[in-house]
Design a protein around this ligand. Structure first.
Ligand code: SAH
Length: 239
């Protein structure tokens, strides 16, 4: 997968995309993450990528023209590199967007070879760019952040860990929470006793089928208790 990230603050990405699973996936060539400083597509001497709002009001707006230029160049590069490849999906991080969840993450990581992520900042981006170029507005939750950089990192992490070859068997993603509409079972590691608290006996039994049955029960019980909304969706006929 190729992920282009367009931002006014590329330095913010140093660290989060250079550790752990994402780092290894980059090194292994599972994903190619490219950071682009939007100011490179400004054409004035002050490299101005934002300006005051038409109609008045506090807050700056990201200018349309640098975004259009950047978008056009990234898409042209992709076409030149692989003319037969589908057009990259252009995603705008926005609190007004579709809420990111595991099903959407699965779909994007399985179906998309190339994603361009635009990070908004300040009051957001000029609407004409949204109308002209954005395929999908994506929100990471019903709260407002100062910029789209953290949402972009969240999206990248969520996508990359699902790519084939990104995760070792020790970190298997299939049994994680939300994959099948249930939360994950509780997990324990050595020692078997900590501050008077014991690991459930069944996990020490070595009895594979009983362990699996216990885990499923736990997953159902905690989904019902911690996330009744998910449980209702999973089991619409139950009270
Ligand atoms: N005035 C805008 C919010 C701007 S916040 C509005 O009310 O819709 C500045 C930028 O941060 C946004 O352009 C977006 O890119 C990013 N952002 C803020 N909250 C976000 C969220 N929950 N999910 C995704 N991106 C978000």
């Amino acid at each position: 997968m190729i992920i282009d990230i367009v931002t006014l603050f590329p330095e913010m990405f140093e660290g989060p995309l250079d550790e752990s699973i994402v780092k290894r996936a980059r090194q292994a060539g599972v994903v190619d993450i490219r950071l682009h400083d939007l100011r490179e597509w400004t054409r004035d001497k002050h490299r101005k990528a934002d300006d005051e709002m038409f109609g008045g009001g506090a807050g700056l707006v990201m200018k349309a023209e640098p975004l259009f230029l950047c978008h056009d160049e990234l898409l042209a590069r992709a076409r030149a590199h692989r003319p037969e490849a589908p057009k990259p999906l252009v995603v705008l991080t926005s609190p007004q967007g579709q809420l990111l969840n595991q099903a959407l993450t699965r779909r994007l990581s399985a179906e998309r070879e190339h994603v361009v992520v635009i990070c908004g900042h300040y009051k957001g981006v000029d609407e004409r760019f949204v109308e002209g170029c954005v395929d999908l507005e994506l929100s990471i939750g019903d709260y407002v952040l100062s910029g789209g950089e953290l949402p972009a990192m969240v999206l990248v992490d969520a996508l990359v860990r699902l790519l084939p070859g990104a995760i070792g068997s020790a970190e298997s993603a299939e049994t994680d929470s939300l994959e099948d509409g249930l939360l994950d079972a509780p997990v324990y590691t050595r020692p078997a006793s900590v501050r008077g608290r014991e690991v459930p006996d069944v996990l020490l039994s070595g009895h594979h089928a009983r362990i699996e049955a216990w885990r499923l029960e736990q997953r159902q019980e905690r989904t019902r208790r911690k996330r009744p909304d998910l449980w209702k969706r999973k089991m619409p006929d139950e009270g």
